[in-house]
Write a protein that binds this ligand. Structure first.
Ligand SMILES: [Fe+2]
Length: 373
């Protein structure tokens, strides 16, 4: 069965940001432009985006206080700001945190009150979210195509998604040139998040022929070009295919789901502050080894794309790729101890974990975690 939910429009080419004005004018008169605190301004891209909107008579209000791993209070502050300024659509430009926060603002703004009751599931999102244009500046998270926003509940030290089918961005506007300013370590981590999403989606129980087609192309492009994008950050011959691969993976996993890597990466992020892409990259070889008996044929299919001779060589090839990208084998830099494992597992049973192709018991997950701490 194929049933795909995607943004109404997906645009990806070098320089596509310059079309933001006309595309924005189709959605409203007054944009809330959500960004992180600094890097966009330094690169001149923020000024370019605002200029494009202004050139098409779109008024803008800029909210720039979005941190990594956005909290409920960050979303609430942006919602209050947008309500005061009467914005009628959202433009989110940044990494996954900014896009997720922007999507949450778009969803909460037309509702009554603030984020907490919707995040806790006590209230349903009734009014249609505002339209949003999602413009990623990293190649990895895929938030520009998905129907959820990962938020951090700082009170309960947990990360989970605010989710609604209507939260899929109206427009995913991907300009690979925006990723040029992404530093090598962040490029590596985001790229491995994208590759993890691709591989988890390909072997997930929700995969279908359409998502498989997207993923095979995504894996080929990311695996071939990510090392070059990390080593030569201004080389568009590498940046562009990584951005396209990340986008295609997102189009697929937003529909087919993920797996145990993402199930475990969220508590590792919420409880220990471990960057999402780093947790994914380190977990991926071990979860692939665990899933091998359930999806050997599919791992055999992607083995050549990853430089592996057989399905069983895929985990080792992924470890080698991590090492080439400067990503460590373990989480030794973070203070995760064996006594922390039960709490990590208790918080890992998300929708992603439910899509893993081989059911994982608490003992199975403990075995995986013990290999990487
Ligand atoms: Fe991810």
């Amino acid at each position: 069965m194929i049933d795909l939910h995607l943004p109404k429009r997906i645009i990806c080419h070098n320089g596509s940001l310059s079309h933001l004005g006309e595309l924005g004018a189709d959605l409203g008169d007054h944009a809330l432009v959500c960004t992180g605190r600094t890097s966009l301004e330094a690169s001149g891209m923020l000024a370019k985006a605002l200029h494009c909107l202004d050139g098409h008579a779109v008024q803008t209000s800029h909210f720039s206080a979005i941190d990594h791993d956005p909290s409920l209070s960050t979303v609430d502050a942006a919602v209050d700001f947008a309500r005061e300024t009467d914005c009628d659509f959202i433009v989110a430009i940044g990494g996954g945190s900014v896009l997720d926060a922007g999507k949450a603002v778009a969803a909460i703004l037309p509702q009554e009150g603030h984020t907490r009751p919707y995040f806790d599931g006590e209230r349903a999102i009734e009014q249609h979210p505002l339209p949003i244009i999602a413009i990623p500046t990293t190649a990895g998270t895929g938030s520009e195509c998905t129907n959820n926003a990962v938020l951090t509940d700082t009170e309960h030290k947990t990360k989970k998604s605010l989710r609604d089918p209507r939260m899929i961005p109206e427009l995913a506007l991907v300009d690979p040139e925006l990723t040029i300013s992404c530093p090598p370590d962040l490029t590596a981590r985001c790229g491995m998040d994208a590759l993890t999403q691709a591989i988890e989606c390909f072997v997930s129980i929700g995969a279908n022929p359409a998502t498989d087609a997207l993923i095979l192309s995504a894996i080929e492009q990311i695996a071939r070009h990510l090392p070059g994008a990390v080593a030569e950050g201004d080389n568009m011959d590498h940046r562009e295919p990584v951005a396209i691969g990340s986008l295609m993976a997102a189009m697929a996993f937003g529909n087919a789901g993920l797996g145990a890597v993402h199930g475990l990466a969220h508590p590792l992020g919420a409880q220990f502050g471990i960057p999402h892409g780093l947790a994914c990259a380190i977990l991926l070889p071990h979860v692939c080894a665990f899933n091998m008996e359930a999806r050997e044929e599919k791992f055999a299919h992607i083995a050549p794309l990853l430089g592996a001779a057989t399905a069983h060589d895929v985990p080792e090839a992924l470890l080698g790729l991590n090492r080439d990208l400067g990503i460590p084998d373990t989480l030794a830099d973070y203070a995760v101890t064996p006594s922390d494992i039960p709490a990590i597992i208790a918080d890992s049973r998300s929708g992603s974990m439910a899509k893993n192709p081989r059911p994982a018991s608490d003992d199975d997950l403990a075995h995986i975690l013990n290999q990487i701490i």
